[in-house]
Design a protein around this ligand. Sequence first.
Ligand code: G6P
Length: 479
Amino acid sequence: MPGTSTSNPPGGDSTSNDASSRNPIVIAANRLPVMRTDDGWAPSPGGLVRALLPMLRESGGTWVGWTGNSDDHVEPFHVDGVDLHPVPISEEEIELYYEGFSNDALWPLYHDALRDSTYDAAQWEAYRSVNERFAVTLANIAPTDATVWIHDYQLQLVPGMLREQRPDVTIGFFLHIPFPPYELFSRLPWREEIITGLLGCDLVGFQRPKGATNFIACAQQLLGVDAHDGIIENAEYQTRVDSFPISIDFGEVEEMAAGRATRKRTSQIRARLGDPEVIMLGVDRLDYTKGIGLRLQAFAQLLEDGRLDPERHVLVQVATPTREAVEHYKDERAQIERLVGEINGRFSRIGLPVVHYLYQTLPYDELIALYRAGDVMLVTPFRDGMNLVAKEYAAAHIDGDGVLVLSEFAGAADELTDAVLVNPHDNEALQDAILQAVAMHRHERRHRMAGLRDQIRKSDVQGWADRFLTALLHAGEAP
Ligand code: G6P
């Protein structure tokens, strides 16, 4: 039920048996869960893919999505025993549907309107038409009575379109990013269409309870629907609305972190950084929601005031390239790189920069080694659906040490209460949080890290997927 911080599905405990013994599962997401390699395709790294692929394999299901390249008319193929069904997207649609409506209208609007959205009818039309292509593909390939699980803001019209074509299938949707309050959402010129699209679902899942209540309020205000106990009444069926905080594959990260190769790489990294007393770490997609600039400014101010010492404290900032054609992202990158240059110009020594900035997509094993090397992890977004980096950092710290500084505005803050929680808009508070983390006594560090690790261990990504699918299975039942 919305309003609760954890979401137990109706019908009691969920188990992976329950979730995997169901009808075939068909997943739709903007991207397929694979990357092109020299020898063909390989699963993309990350917990979500690792949790969902085995379910698809066991249920004989399929994943529908885009390969990431324009006009890529690839026939359906298999990876690791899973059927993948590519949906082609043209170069013009990448500009209008992906860069445009998804990432220049919805993304900023859903993240507290941190940047202005562009509302453009041609972009909307492309969004509608790509969503239609996904819906038709799903309608054609989903077996009778299949469970269809649609993911994220790029595909919000698909549930409604699919229900019209295939009333036999059970439809779930999970939004990986925040859902905004009515005051912001109602700016969207196509607000009724988006809500109607999502109401094609039997179950709509959000990261946080607030996302669920925001969605219900928007549906009530914009469409006048009747809602009670987390259920919205449609003409002939109900849509259940709830929160399901996503997580990581704790065991996988822990295992990688414990490997010999990782340990060796972690020591090498520390040595290459000049064996400083404290390594601070930031790992983000280079996105204006992540608060990288204010984090750098807080670090710079602490150096300026002599409260941090460039001989003893260094910052490694990994910024993964993303959505590089979108103006707001170009601006953000330029600002961050100027700041890094300024800080290094002022505080570095020959051969020993104080900020190590990597604008690169690092391999997953390198990231895990970096997490292990990081004494203090700075996760300070202005708004974030969940933030899995925060969870990965704690899972990688098998030594039981390390401090997580975490924004109150990340979904992860609901669960990771043993982090040093901070309001990243308040630069003084951010500086204090960084200093608190750097100076924290070993006993407190270990105590907090144990709390973080317990929390993530007991609610990992497998549990998340099981809970969602079990709730979907029971969605049509009376509360
Ligand atoms: C966020 C979104 C995902 C998206 C990812 C990477 O996590 O919730 O849907 O796939 O960012 O962004 P990209 O635009 O590269 O797919």
